[in-house]
Write a protein that binds this ligand. Structure first.
Ligand SMILES: *[C@@H]1O[C@H](CO)[C@@H](O)[C@H](O)[C@H]1NC(C)=O
Ligand SMILES: *[C@@H]1O[C@H](CO)[C@@H](O)[C@H](O)[C@H]1NC(C)=O
Length: 328
């Protein structure tokens, strides 16, 4: 039931969410701020670009449902050409890309009072990076579709036909996913969490390990502590994490809900609530859950099949607009 939730979440009718202060309001003159839809930032998925046909169509749909809303599609790295942007989904530093966008979002005047954020797939990890390590201006509600929040245990398959960036990255990954080189240069290596090689992962990985405040190991294999999760997510108003029930692209598909593969039984998937991440509340998910602000939702279909008008992704948006209770 995304209903009330996304109602609060996305954007908000004036009733559902705190009024945002529009730019036009002259605060020093004491002009009363007028409620308007909260701005929205969207971070695209792997291989996609900020202004692909699909991304622009999604943003247009949001504008149709919320006249006057400010929507920003993240360009990462900023000012990149579409081909460089697509390539950056495979190659480069995940935290470097995150830092780039921290700067980008910090300079957009329309976002100054905070914004809601949607991350598609891999983009959901990056927008989390923003929320946990920058968050100025703050993310109010965080919505992710099919994001591998607790990493992937297998590489994401290349598109058909495969792009050169993907083919070469997959080849390089096979040569050693936890090498220092791969961890600096291959995006998927930076969220590859192999249940059969957890010690290597904890030693070599930084990006997804720290995003979940999992803590690393020192050279003697001793835990280094969990201080690296940044702000965590407890300051976000709502986290809405949407999984796809036939997702075979992300392994395990329920990583979208912070599930992982059981290291002692690779056919078993351990749900969030049975993880220490939750029990010890490493990044604030448990606290959010206790307040009814953690929403683990499911869309039917394969990875990122959010569908067209009237289908799952659109219902998420529409249920807000109509103020209606829609279960997805
Ligand atoms: C805001 O109001 C102040 C005080 O009335 C005025 O001096 C200033 O020029 C106004 N700023 C804008 C951008 O209108
Ligand atoms: C491993 O997990 C699967 C799926 O949950 C379960 O059916 C099976 O019994 C488990 N195997 C062992 C040895 O625990």
């Amino acid at each position: 039931m995304l209903s009330a939730l996304i109602g609060a979440v996305l954007l908000g009718t004036a009733a559902a969410a705190p009024a945002q202060i529009p730019l036009a309001a002259n605060l020093s003159a004491g002009v009363a701020p007028t409620a308007r839809p909260r701005p929205l930032v969207i971070w695209h998925g792997l291989g996609d670009t900020a202004h692909s046909e699909g991304m622009d169509a999604f943003a247009d749909r949001v504008r149709e449902l919320y006249p006057g809303i400010y929507v920003h599609n993240v360009v990462a790295p900023r000012d990149a050409s579409a081909s460089d942007e697509s390539r950056a989904g495979w190659w480069g530093s995940a935290s470097g890309l995150g830092d780039d966008v921290c700067e980008q979002l910090g300079e957009i005047p329309e976002l100054v009072g905070g914004f809601d954020a949607i991350g598609f797939s891999q983009g959901g990890l990056f927008i989390r990076y923003y929320a946990q390590y920058c968050n100025d201006p703050p993310v109010r509600n965080l919505i992710t579709f099919g994001s591998p929040h607790f990493g992937i245990a297998a590489l994401i398959p290349c598109p058909d036909p495969p792009t050169l960036a993907c083919t070469l990255a997959a080849r390089a990954a096979k040569a050693g996913i936890y090498t220092a080189w791969a961890q600096r240069n291959l995006i998927q290596a930076q969220y590859f969490r192999d249940p059969a090689r957890l010690d290597e992962f904890l030693l070599a990985n930084e990006f997804i390990r720290d995003l979940n405040a999992e803590g690393g190991l020192d050279d003697d294999g001793e835990p280094t502590g969990r201080e690296h999760g940044g702000l965590g997510l407890s300051g976000v108003e709502n986290v809405v994490a949407i999984a796809f029930d036939e997702d075979e692209t992300v392994v395990p598909g329920l990583s979208a809900h912070w599930a992982t593969i059981d290291p002692d039984n690779t056919t078993a998937v351990v749900p969030l609530k049975e993880q220490q991440l939750y029990a010890q509340d490493w990044i604030g998910l448990r606290a959010l859950d206790k307040k009814g602000r953690l929403h683990l939702e499911t869309c039917p279909g394969r990875h990122m099949e959010i569908g067209g008008e009237g289908e799952c992704g659109d219902k998420v948006l529409q249920s807000v607009a109509a103020g209606a209770a829609v279960a997805i």
